[in-house]
Design a protein around this ligand. Structure first.
Ligand SMILES: Nc1ncnc2c1ncn2[C@@H]1O[C@H](COP(=O)(O)OP(=O)(O)OP(=O)(O)O)[C@@H](O)[C@H]1O
Ligand SMILES: [Mg+2]
Length: 329
């Protein structure tokens, strides 16, 4: 099997660590052989965790991003494990995770730091702290924390243990179009100045950056060029059964098999507006287990449909499919 990691090409990479150069070759913008017996164990730094199952192509993309020290851009249907991937990667690398959930109003600058003037005014009026010390009112954002954690600064703005971080920039497509480019500018620089104090914070090590997107907005080409990209395909039934097993290790095989088969049949219903995802299947099986329903019964009735279908049109569609015989129990 070949996967094209077409955005991890070696062209125009400004700061590739010397260790990474050794591995840059497999990431030229040509098809990358995923089943690569010759891949060194040094390259294969991420192979999933007991709680997070990966495919070979996902592992290849993650390891490529680690080798190049490039942000890893992950897309995929909701519930396909994008956010969980960053958590699993942090656990596997034994690095702390900083989660930056992006909102429509998020700006790259806020990710660096904010000056808490309101707190300062409040302290000036009611507090007992030293309001002349502006540094106390500089609050680092997720990006600022990730940089400060490896920076040598006289004042410890981050106030947390030192060392490299995994930075998850979650759902980047929620912010406006300026955000991705501003963000990459900051990531490239790996430094920032706190304007209010004049202190410069220079990261010594690049954080491991994972960026997720639900494809709500197109991302700029200049942004894409700097990332390693991977689209998490919806798992096939075999992988899905293994994922379910991670969450329900002691469940009867027959129940898992039947539930997975029914789940895929439901997803295959034509014209479904929102197809249920992995997380919904895991939840559905939890409910089936708790309710103690035998598989003959849930196969026939497909109970607790609200755990799987989240739009009234889809529930209606399912009702029609049952009536017309398109859906057979
Ligand atoms: N590869 C996997 N291994 C184990 N569990 C998984 C995997 N993929 C998905 N899951 C399950 O699906 C749930 C949802 O995963 P997650 O929140 O990471 O999805 P997401 O892609 O970030 O979704 P969204 O786009 O809605 O934020 C997880 O909590 C876990 O239960
Ligand atoms: Mg998510």
């Amino acid at each position: 099997m070949f996967t094209c990691l077409n955005t991890c090409g070696g062209h125009g990479l400004p700061r590739v660590a010397s260790r990474a150069r050794v591995f840059a070759a497999p990431c030229e913008p040509v098809a990358v052989a995923v089943k690569m017996p010759s891949v060194s164990s040094e390259f294969r730094r991420f192979t999933g965790t007991p709680g997070y199952l990966t495919s070979e192509s996902l592992e290849a993309a993650v390891n490529c991003a680690l080798a190049l020290e490039r942000p890893l851009l992950i897309k995929g249907e909701p519930g396909t494990g994008k956010t969980l991937l960053a958590e699993a990667l942090a656990a596997s690398l034994e690095l702390p995770l900083i989660h930056w959930p992006v909102k429509s109003t998020t700006r790259a600058q806020d990710g660096l730091y904010v000056y808490d003037t309101v707190q300062r005014l409040y302290d000036a009026r009611f507090g007992d702290g030293d309001v002349k010390d502006i540094r106390r009112y500089i609050k680092l954002g997720p990006l600022g924390r990730a940089f400060a954690a490896t920076a040598d600064t006289a004042y410890d703005y981050a106030r947390e243990p030192r060392g490299r971080r995994v930075l998850l920039i979650d759902e980047i497509d929620k912010a406006d179009l300026e955000f991705p480019n501003d963000l990459l500018h900051e990531l490239d620089r790996m430094r920032f100045t706190v304007g209010e104090t004049g202190d410069e914070i220079v990261a010594r090590e690049r954080p491991v950056v994972v960026i997720t997107s639900n494809n709500e907005k197109e991302l700029p080409d200049a942004f894409l060029r700097r990332c390693v990209f991977h689209f998490i395909d919806f798992p096939d039934q075999e992988l899905m059964k293994r994922i379910v097993r991670v969450h329900h290790p002691r469940l009867d095989d027959a129940l898992v098999d039947q539930a997975v088969v029914k789940f895929y049949e439901l997803r295959a219903l034509p014209k479904l507006r929102k197809r249920p995802s992995t997380s919904e299947l895991v939840d559905w099986i939890s409910v089936l287990k708790t309710a103690g329903l035998g598989h003959e019964r849930f196969v026939r009735e497909l109970p607790f449909l609200g755990v799987l279908l989240k739009k009234e049109q889809d529930v209606e569609l399912f009702g029609q499919a049952k009536k017309s015989g398109v859906w057979r129990s």
